[in-house]
Design a protein around this ligand. Structure first.
Ligand SMILES: C[S@@+](CC[C@H](N)C(=O)[O-])C[C@H]1O[C@@H](n2cnc3c(N)ncnc32)[C@H](O)[C@@H]1O
Length: 272
């Protein structure tokens, strides 16, 4: 069977959009979409046809393409991902951009911590593009394995901690802490497109705020004299997070930054 025949057969079943068929085919063939358009007469082996059918069945069960492909681009870099890690989102690039600005302007202590590192996409993007001493933590061993793999892939030095929030992180002073901790509430967890991503990476009790409240309770001893904390939030949490930040870090300046869709996305808690 040729590539074009396999495409046409699958399109005609009308089980999934044709663009999705092409994306899954590109994963099965380990080729990009351009290759599909340029090689309609390519013979597809029985083995590859079976692999395609298996991947298509997974896609129909809402498995994200990034998990099928086992990687995802973020901040111009490619990261290994698997079912133990959240798939990096473009919205989170704002955290890296803000962190870059801060590191480029402050010449003092440049210790940086990424809490809830997952695939390591935030801290590795920063380590690739700025100078500093880089640390990252996660409560999940399997996520840290992927983050370590990505750090090796991108040849950056990062110290990793397996820790529930700050519990196992040796006390030290960070000038910059970024965190994209779980912040979705029960209602938001019903969204089918996220059903295969780890619940432990997404869900937080108390309407999505439990992790950030605990983080803010614990962070004080880890902050340098001057500091910046960057937290990714759900836009609906903007007022509640301001109140929590003021409660635990009353001396700080708190700003909320919008993402590219003009939705409140990043909390900036600073002292300078
Ligand atoms: C929303 S994901 C973010 C992953 C990655 N930083 C990113 O931006 O793509 C949240 C991460 O926090 C981790 N996490 C959840 N609870 C945690 C806790 N109590 N302490 C540390 N990390 C935690 C999860 O395992 C997950 O990797």
């Amino acid at each position: 069977m040729t590539l074009k025949e396999l495409q046409q057969n699958t399109y005609s079943q009308n089980i999934i959009a044709s663009t999705e068929v092409d994306s899954v085919l590109s994963v099965a063939l380990h080729k990009n979409l351009e290759y599909l358009y340029k090689n309609p007469d390519k013979k597809i082996s029985l083995g590859t046809q079976k692999k395609f059918a298996k991947l298509l069945a997974l896609r129909l069960q809402n498995w994200p393409l990034a998990y099928l492909r086992k990687n995802k681009d973020f901040f111009g870099l490619n990261f290994v991902v698997n079912k133990h890690t959240l798939i990096p989102r473009p919205d989170s690039e704002l955290l890296v951009e803000e962190a870059q600005k801060y590191l480029n302007s402050s010449a003092l202590n440049n210790k940086v911590l990424d809490m809830g590192t997952g695939s390591g996409c935030l801290i590795i993007s920063l380590a690739k593009t700025t100078c500093g001493e880089f640390f990252a933590s996660d409560v999940k061993k399997n996520a840290l394995k992927v983050a370590r793999l990505n750090a090796r892939k991108h040849q950056v030095k990062i110290t990793f901690y397996l820790s529930n929030l700050f519990k196992k992180i040796p006390e030290q002073k960070f000038a910059l802490i970024l965190a994209n901790l779980p912040y979705l509430n029960k209602e938001q967890m019903r969204e089918p497109s996220i059903s295969h991503e780890p619940k432990s990476a997404l869900f937080s009790q108390n309407n999505g705020l439990k992790h950030y409240e605990k983080f803010l309770q614990q962070v004080k001893n880890y902050l340098a004299e001057k500091y910046l904390i960057l937290l990714e939030i759900d836009p609906g949490q903007n007022e509640a997070i301001k109140i929590l930040s003021k409660k635990y870090l009353p001396e700080s300046q708190i700003d909320i930054l919008p993402d590219i869709n003009n939705l409140d996305r990043v909390v900036r808690i600073s002292l300078d």
